[in-house]
Design a protein around this ligand. Structure first.
Ligand code: AP5
Ligand code: MG
Length: 208
């Protein structure tokens, strides 16, 4: 199963992707997580990516495609893609990379959440820098033993969030059409409900 999670910043791709990964027993490939790890480790990739991420801009396609090609090679049984593809060029490249091993995208889940809810979610989001786990101060609080080390993401200030939303509208939302035209099943799911309800609907739509 090769599944793409589409959705605006804060729509819940990471949250739902981790749950689905456990449930379906296939890895989650999250380009944002890979990039944040590289930034933390100060690798050349991290140094290059950081200025784009902090500004809420997309990191150049050639950087991302190298990462994804490697991650997919390590996931022959399938994967959940979170945060990739992000524009038409990436979607076309993904199709070509998968075709090399006779694979294709099986389904797309598009999480839909209104802007006000997104801005509230980002303000309350906290990430555990050790495990990468994502929490929310109100909707999904971190366990007491990790709460102190959890941090706000540098690109979660309201102004940067609004810019990321504009980038999503311009570059990423058109992928819903792209996949519908390609005949890939696209499941539009209302992401503005409790986490477990969203998860249940995704599983149901995927026939699991
Ligand atoms: P990336 O890390 O992919 O960020 P994003 O797309 O902006 O999405 P987020 O991670 O912010 O949100 P999410 O949908 O995962 O929501 P979450 O589950 O955390 O990308 C970051 C940057 O990296 C980009 O700006 C770009 O620079 C670069 N990049 C990454 N991929 C790239 C690519 N392919 N090409 C080029 N550049 C790339 O949930 C959000 C919050 O809400 C959390 O606090 C969570 O606990 C809470 N929450 C989740 N679900 C619910 C719910 N149902 N109810 C209430 N609260 C909820
Ligand atoms: Mg995420």
């Amino acid at each position: 199963m090769l599944l793409i999670l589409l959705g605006a910043p804060g729509a819940g791709k990471g949250t739902q992707g981790s749950l689905l990964s456990e449930r379906l027993g296939i890895p989650k490939i999250a380009t944002g997580d890979i990039l944040r790890l590289a930034v933390r480790e100060g690798t050349p990739l991290g140094l290059e990516a950081k200025r784009f991420m902090d500004a809420g801009e997309l990191v150049p396609d050639e950087v991302i495609l190298g990462l994804v090609r490697e991650a997919l090679a390590g996931a022959p049984q399938g994967a959940i893609l979170d945060g990739f593809p992000r524009n038409t060029a990436q979607a076309e490249a993904l199709r070509d990379i998968l075709a090399e091993s006779g694979r294709a995208v099986d389904a797309v889940v598009a999480l839909e959440v209104p802007v006000d809810a997104i801005v509230e979610r980002m303000g309350g989001r906290r990430t555990d820098p050790v495990t990468g786990a994502v929490y929310h101060l109100v909707h999904n609080p971190p366990p007491a033993e990790v709460a102190e080390r959890c941090v706000l993401r540098p690109d979660d200030q309201e102004e940067t969030v609004r810019h990321r939303l504009a980038v999503y509208e311009a570059s990423t939302r058109p992928l819903i059409d792209f996949y519908e035209r390609a005949g890939v099943p696209v499941h539009r799911v209302d992401g503005n409900r409790p986490i477990d309800q969203v998860q249940d609907e995704i599983l149901q739509r995927l026939g699991r």
